[in-house]
Design a binder for this molecule. Structure first.
Ligand SMILES: Nc1nc2c(ncn2[C@@H]2O[C@H](COP(=O)(O)OP(=O)(O)OP(=O)(O)O)[C@@H](O)[C@H]2O)c(=O)[nH]1
Ligand SMILES: Nc1ncnc2c1ncn2[C@@H]1O[C@H](COP(=O)(O)OP(=O)(O)OP(=O)(O)O)[C@@H](O)[C@H]1O
Length: 247
């Protein structure tokens, strides 16, 4: 039998790589929609969103190949799928550490997502000071010829953690991964300061939340008190809720 013509071989490869990358793109689109739904729901119902902003990226084929060579893996689609888990990635930035865990729980409870791994670099920071919560989740993608599953890497961090990580990333690449000792020390100290700021903001956030809750409770008490014929009555709180909902 004749070997396939080089042009046919090229066409086949082009089709395969396009389909391979599309699956990750659709998985990423779905994750973005899920995150947007959570964000909008919070914003309209609670007048507050635990999500400050998100950034997503599809790893370029060049970056995938570099990583495969760096890690000495065989260059096949199956091997890429098994070994590179961050082809589709989303980064969620929050104001407070407690928001990170809230978002993690909300995502992990979605039944169509399969959580493959949780790496908690907040509880256990990396030796250089890196902090973030990483989730690897598998998302179902329905293509014309059946279901595929693609992995998405979700990095959840505070603004301070993100600020630190982006500077560290720049320094790491500027020095071609061989960062001078004094900069490594300074970066670790900056990570400690970022963490101290996060802890302080968390305490303030909790205090403000407690004041808000107490105010709401007081307002509700006021609303429940009614006066009929010079006599004061207190409505049960479930009745007040029912009246408030207009049911
Ligand atoms: N700036 C910065 N980013 C980091 C650091 N460690 C991890 N990350 C980010 O998190 C991603 C995944 O890191 P890990 O969860 O530790 O996974 P890993 O398997 O050890 O790393 P990879 O093989 O690079 O994917 C990286 O690709 C970076 O985007 C760090 O020390 N500094
Ligand atoms: N999960 C993610 N979500 C959003 N952006 C990401 C995510 N992971 C990496 N990035 C960003 O994408 C850009 C390009 O990343 P690229 O895929 O080339 O390499 P990398 O993921 O940083 O490193 P590696 O190749 O070692 O995995 C970088 O700015 C990086 O910070």
């Amino acid at each position: 039998m004749n070997a396939p013509h080089p042009i046919d071989q090229f066409k086949k490869f082009k089709y395969e790589i396009t389909r391979f990358m599309m699956i990750y793109k659709f998985a990423l689109d779905q994750m973005e929609t899920k995150i947007e739904v959570l964000k909008e729901e919070f914003q309209s119902l609670h007048d507050y969103s635990p999500i400050e902003h998100t950034k997503s990226r599809l790893k370029s084929p060049e970056s995938i190949m570099n990583k495969m060579f760096r890690k000495n893996h065989e260059l096949t689609f199956e091997s890429i799928k098994q070994n590179i888990k961050d082809i589709a990635g989303v980064r969620i930035t929050c104001s407070f550490i407690s928001d990170i865990y809230r978002i993690k729980d909300m995502l992990c409870n979605q039944s169509d997502l399969r959580v493959l791994e949780v790496k908690d670099y907040i509880e256990n920071p990396k030796p250089n000071g890196y902090q973030s919560l990483h989730l690897l989740v598998e998302v179902p993608v329905y293509m014309s010829n059946g279901e595929e599953r693609a992995c998405v890497e979700i990095q959840i961090r505070t603004i301070a953690m993100d600020f630190w990580a982006s500077l560290e990333h720049k320094i790491f690449y500027k020095y071609n991964k061989d960062v001078p000792e004094h900069l490594t020390r300074e970066l670790k100290s900056a990570a400690d300061s970022a963490n101290a700021l996060d802890q302080q903001m968390e305490r303030l956030h909790r205090e403000i939340q407690e004041i808000k809750d107490a105010d709401n409770e007081r307002d509700e008490e006021e609303l429940r008190r009614i006066i009929i014929n010079n006599q004061q009555f207190t409505l049960p709180s479930n009745l007040l809720k029912l009246l408030g909902s207009g049911e």
